[in-house]
Ligand binder design. Structure first.
Ligand SMILES: NC(=O)C1=CN([C@@H]2O[C@H](COP(=O)(O)OP(=O)(O)OC[C@H]3O[C@@H](n4cnc5c(N)ncnc54)[C@H](OP(=O)(O)O)[C@@H]3O)[C@@H](O)[C@H]2O)[C@@H](O)CC1
Ligand SMILES: [K+]
Length: 494
């Protein structure tokens, strides 16, 4: 799905109103219905709810939602208004709001009053019409609510977040949502690595905007959902043998960090690769044989072996950075033209030796976490321009970057970005990156394209983590070894 800019989102609204056709007030009602469905599924009707409504159409959505909530058994509602005057659809919904719902003009209540701890705050102050950083009383209100407990739900966008003007965002003046219920398309600020955390969990609600507009709109950002994954998976054929599924080659591991290499290797094997060779330190062979007997082991020397037999390569997990490894990596980078995943120490060595990037090509996939990304770019801190810098880096060196995070972004060599929200908190642990790198390499070996390998790798990792979490009862306890065991069920779930 394309990610549209705010001006394109507004044009999509207008196009729908004109071509469906539908009155804008009815479109707002449709949006409120979609919000109601989410509330019915996620929020207990007995909880107290405060709706903060601005005077634009975002506030109108909040008012329409308040009316529908009341009609559906949510009785403890309070509506705070910024003003009684506002956009026509706001005013129409204010007229429709039953007098049995407490309405008051927002003053200093947020500072002075006590609110119950289980309260639900609904942020309908500003949506896509926000045109500048919040000042004065607006900034003060946001600050007050961010300090309070309760569940925080933003409609369309957390107030204070400008949908696509990332550089202008002041992170301290944005409503910090637990959930953001956005309409039809994710907006860039909701998925951008600098601002995504402010949106909490993102839910994209279908409000039936006209599909023709989306088809013709141009965007270099897209969003992949788990529903898109099934069509990528290639079935395994009955009449096939190991040679049909590719031979993967791993340059990984050293005596003290063999775990990373073994996690990557097992993930690679479980992704379905036909054969797997691991180039590693001789001292670790016993551990490798006992943990993963399917591996073919190759003793590490300072020269790369003949690589003709291989379909895809992964370099980095647990590799170490000594001189022998460095020269072996350099030789591989220079000579190998096929698909290759570069992770962990391979990235650190590239960061130390930027001249290696002269050999880069469209088959390289660099998979940094934020720390590695900073090192690659030579930055002390990642700011609002981090995505633009990543795009520039990919275009300049003609390679692909997978920026890993709670929402991961895959930047292709032409600068196109795809965002994925497949992660869970169980993945915020050592080993997750090795597992992902192994999966991607295994998929590349089987002949999946670069983009499909990344998409399917992320989906398998995320789904397997969810399954492990379900089995163990909590994200806290999940280890990479548990996730590895769920890869089969993850495949079957798509
Ligand atoms: N169109 C449709 O069909 C549908 C739209 N939908 C909904 O509409 C929302 C967009 O509504 P919207 O365009 O009315 O903008 P919105 O975010 O409510 O705020 C505008 C107001 O804020 C003001 N303002 C701006 N910046 C400010 C600042 N820093 N500080 C203070 N004020 C500031 C601005 O005033 P001005 O800039 O003129 O001073 C104006 O008064 C969208 O997010 C979605 O929720 C859904 O119902 C689906 C159908
Ligand atoms: K909002």
């Amino acid at each position: 799905m394309k990610i549209l800019s705010i001006s394109q989102t507004q044009a999509a609204d207008r196009y729908t109103i004109e071509h469906e056709p539908i009155a804008s007030l009815d479109l707002m009602e449709r949006a409120a219905q979609a919000l109601l469905v989410w509330f019915l599924q996620n929020i207990d009707p007995a909880r107290p709810i405060v709706l903060l409504c601005g005077k634009g159409n975002n506030g109108g959505d909040g008012l329409a939602l308040a009316r529908l909530l009341r009609a559906n058994g949510y009785w403890d509602l309070r509506v705070f208004l910024v003003d009684h005057k506002g956009s026509p659809d706001f005013e129409a919904n204010l007229d429709r709001l039953g007098k049995d719902i407490l309405q008051e003009l927002l003053q200093d209540q947020l500072k002075q009053e006590h609110f119950p701890a289980d309260i639900v705050w609904v942020d309908a102050l500003f949506g896509s019409g926000l045109s500048r950083v919040l000042e004065g009383r607006y900034a003060e209100w946001i600050y007050q609510i961010n300090e309070r407990s309760g569940t925080k739900v933003s409609i369309d966008l957390p107030s204070g977040l400008m949908g696509d003007a990332i550089a202008q965002t002041d992170l301290l003046r944005v409503f910090k949502a637990d959930y953001t219920l956005t309409f039809q398309y994710p907006k860039l600020a909701l998925v951008h690595p600098y601002t995504a955390a402010l949106a909490g969990q993102l839910e994209v609600l279908d409000i039936g905007l006209h599909p023709d507009y989306l088809q013709s709109a141009e965007s270099s950002y897209s969003w992949m959902s788990l529903a898109d994954i099934q069509s990528i998976i290639k079935p395994r054929k009955k009449h096939s043998y190991k040679g049909d599924y590719g031979h993967a080659y791993l340059l990984a591991g050293s005596p003290n960090t063999m775990g990373a290499a073994l996690i990557a290797a097992e993930a690679c094997a479980r992704s379905g690769a036909g054969l797997l060779s691991l180039n590693t330190a001789k001292e670790t062979f016993r551990a490798c044989n006992s943990r993963l007997p399917e591996l073919m082991l190759q003793e590490r020397s300072s020269h790369a072996p003949n690589l003709e037999a291989y379909k895809a390569i992964l370099c980095g997990p647990g590799l170490g950075q000594d001189e022998g490894v460095n020269s072996l990596l350099a030789e591989l980078l220079q000579n190998w033209q096929g698909p290759m995943v570069l992770d962990a120490d391979a990235l650190n060595l590239i960061a130390k030796n930027p001249s290696y990037l002269e050999w880069a090509n469209e088959n390289w996939i660099l998979t940094p976490h934020p720390g590695e990304f900073k090192r690659l770019l030579g930055l002390n801190q990642l700011g609002p321009d981090q995505l633009d810098l990543g795009i520039e880096y990919c275009r300049k060196h003609q390679l692909n970057l997978l920026l890993k995070g709670s929402i991961s972004v895959f930047i292709e060599s032409d600068g196109h970005c795809t965002f994925y929200d497949f992660g869970t908190s169980a993945l915020a642990k050592g080993g997750s990156g090795d597992l992902l790198a192994g999966l991607i390499c295994g998929l590349l070996a089987q002949g999946y394209t670069i983009k499909d390998s990344v998409s399917l790798g992320l989906a398998l990792q995320g789904r397997a983590a969810q399954l492990a979490e379900r089995e163990l009862g909590s994200a806290h306890a999940v280890l990479s070894s548990d996730i590895l065991k769920q890869i089969g069920k993850a495949y079957a779930s798509f």
